[in-house]
Design a protein around this ligand. Structure first.
Ligand code: AP5
Ligand code: MG
Length: 215
């Protein structure tokens, strides 16, 4: 299956994508995680992306689209993938359609995680992310690690992402409403969107997403 996960910052895209990708045996492709891996490896791509990310702005399309394309062309993605955080504006969505069409492929579903802004702010305020792998996600209250400050999965240090400051979160929400939300209508016109209420326990949200995919 080829699936796009969309939703505001802190909606739980990364949390859900990890479980869904494992259940469906497809790779979880997060452009945010790819950028953060490049930053920690000190690459030129990471250097270009960092200031945009810290401010909560979108990284320019020419950087993002080619990085996403490279990842989708890797062998493990030949049978499908779960995209988390890409596309994030209409021109990225159009580029993805062109890319897939050239290979005779198309998307199967777009899952729109719906959560109100108060909850998103609470989720982001308490989030802790693993230094080694930013798809390892915890929360001080909702999903505490067994040992404070230490990742349960690989023992990495848990840290507060640089884009979790109040200013950056406010900007990311603005960017989401103005630039990302229009892709929901773009995909609705293709009949691809399922809206998933994303409040409640992680496992319940996963079940709703799986039920939507079965339809
Ligand atoms: P990205 O990393 O994609 O960040 P984001 O979209 O802002 O979303 P987050 O990762 O902050 O939240 P999430 O929805 O994954 O929630 P999570 O699972 O962590 O992008 C970062 C930046 O990279 C962008 O700002 C941009 O600069 C750049 N970028 C990336 N892609 C780009 C693109 N395509 N184009 C241009 N630029 C791009 O959960 C949040 C917290 O809530 C966690 O603590 C979690 O434990 C908790 N939680 C999750 N589910 C629940 C639940 N059901 N109940 C209680 N707590 C929960
Ligand atoms: Mg994420």
């Amino acid at each position: 299956m080829r699936i796009v996960l969309v939703g505001p910052p802190g909606a739980g895209k990364g949390t859900q994508a990890t479980v869904l990708a494992k259940t469906l045996s497809i790779p979880h492709i997060s452009t945010g995680d790819l950028f953060r891996a490049n930053i920690s490896q000190g690459t030129e791509l990471g250097r270009r992306a960092k200031a945009f990310m810290d401010a909560g702005d979108l990284v320019p399309d020419e950087v993002t689209i080619s990085m996403a394309k490279d990842r989708m062309e890797q062998a493990d993605a030949a049978g499908g993938f779960l995209l988390d955080g890409f596309p994030r504006n209409v021109s990225q969505a159009e580029a993805l359609d062109v890319m897939l069409k050239a290979e005779g492929m198309s998307l199967d579903a777009v899952l729109d995680l719906e959560v109100e802004e108060d909850e998103v702010v609470k989720r982001l305020a308490g989030r802790r992310t693993c230094r080694n792998d930013s798809s390892h996600i915890f929360h001080v209250a909702y999903r505490p690690p067994k040992v404070e400050g230490v990742c349960d999965i690989d023992g990495g240090e848990l840290y507060v992402r640089e884009d979790q400051t109040e200013d950056a979160v406010r900007n990311r929400l603005d960017v989401y409403h103005t630039q990302t939300e229009p892709i929901i209508d773009y995909y609705k016109a293709q009949g691809l969107v399922s809206t998933i209420p994303a409040l409640g326990e992680v496992k319940d949200v996963t079940q709703r997403a799986m039920d939507a995919l079965k339809k």
